[in-house]
Design a protein around this ligand. Structure first.
Ligand code: NDP
Length: 318
């Protein structure tokens, strides 16, 4: 069997594409990987997804989207996509420990994973004071002291954003030099709410019954261990787009994010589309991922219509 379209990944991008394609009778197959529902399943309450004035829990939002896609006929299967052969048509998707799947089109929506430090206390306090998204969780830290870890543009941006809520933001970076652009550094330095704890290596997230209480760091200059007290810790040390399984068959930028033709979801391989964070290093929001999933579904439909009507150059429509 050759599927008309296979969607790889079940974050808001992939599931929105599934809803649209299922409603268009395209019978999409959705492959659910190791983190069903994507990054939103690791957050608690989502307050900025339009349509939920009282907020909604991240896992519930994703379960709703999945249910909505299933209601219109999308099929789901669990599997770890090991690799994809895009060199000939139909495309072949190789799944770990299972039979391969063939598809006329593919929508890649495998997301990006926030990079974690890998220190004790970190993972178990996600949702209890540790976060990787200021836009998502900053609001919960009104009047609190917050640590932001990282020295890149993300850390500067997160720190600046968090000053709207926090009483104090401490920026912790493992080196004295910051990787962030000068303009972003200057902006952060201009804030009297941001203090700096540079040349400090994070060692452990400290917590109590109510959640995070601080961060243990090593002062690299003195070698001494120090504790920085805080109610929240935002880790902003970058994201890793989940593109390794594509083995370089799709064009990426220098950070590994898929490149799509501006304004569309089309990758450099006709018939392969991308949506969600795997192609978005800038906004990384559930709603922008969902919007891009809608675009991918529509692009995919147009593409298949064009192939069926034997249009000479299927890319012209984009
Ligand atoms: P970056 O890779 O630029 O910075 C990551 C930061 O995290 C660095 O300071 C790095 O330290 C630190 N880090 C990495 N691993 C660890 C670790 N294990 N322990 C402690 N610290 C660590 O990532 P960003 O997410 O900040 O930015 C990614 C891209 O997105 C960049 O190109 C950036 O310019 C862009 N961006 C642009 C924005 C804008 O223009 N508004 C906003 C946000 C991002 P070290 O320097 O020592 O390696």
């Amino acid at each position: 069997m050759v599927y008309k379209t296979v969607i790889i990944g079940t974050g808001p991008g992939g599931l929105t594409a599934a809803i649209y394609l299922a409603r268009a009778n395209m019978e999409p197959l959705v492959i659910e990987g190791p983190e069903p529902g994507g990054q939103l399943t690791t957050t608690t309450e989502v307050e900025n997804f339009p349509g939920f004035p009282e907020g909604i829990m991240g896992p519930e939002l994703m379960a709703n989207m999945r249910h909505q896609a299933e209601r219109f006929g999308a099929k789901f299967r669990t599997g770890w996509v090991r690799s994809v052969d895009m060199s000939k048509r139909p495309f072949t998707i190789f799944i770990e420990g299972a039979e391969s799947i063939q598809a006329e089109t593919i929508i890649v929506s495998t997301g990006a994973s926030a990079r974690y430090l890998g220190i004790p206390g970190e993972r178990e306090n996600v949702g209890r004071g540790v976060s990787t998204c200021a836009t998502c969780d900053g609001f919960f830290f009104r009047g609190k002291k917050i640590i932001v870890i990282g020295g890149g543009d993300s850390a500067m941006e997160e720190a600046g954003f968090l000053t709207r809520f926090a009483s104090e933001v401490v920026l912790v970076n493992r080196r004295t030099e910051l990787r962030a652009s000068k303009i972003m550094q200057d902006r952060a330095r201009a804030s009297d709410k941001i203090s700096w704890s540079l040349d400090r290596t994070p060692l452990e997230v400290l917590s109590g019954p109510l959640g995070v209480t601080g961060l243990k760091v090593r002062n690299n200059a003195s070698g001494e261990e120090e504790v920085i007290e805080a109610d929240g810790i935002f880790i902003a040390i970058g994201h890793i787009p989940n593109t390794a399984f594509l083995e370089g068959q799709l064009e990426t930028d220098s950070s590994g994010y898929l490149i799509v033709k501006p304004g569309t979801s089309q990758t450099n391989v006709p018939g392969v589309f991308a949506c969600g964070d795997v192609q978005d290093n800038r906004y990384r929001q559930a709603i922008t991922a969902a919007g891009s999933g809608c675009k991918a579904a529509i692009d995919c439909e147009y593409y298949l219509e064009d192939v069926q009507s034997n249009t000479a150059d299927v890319q012209l429509k984009f």
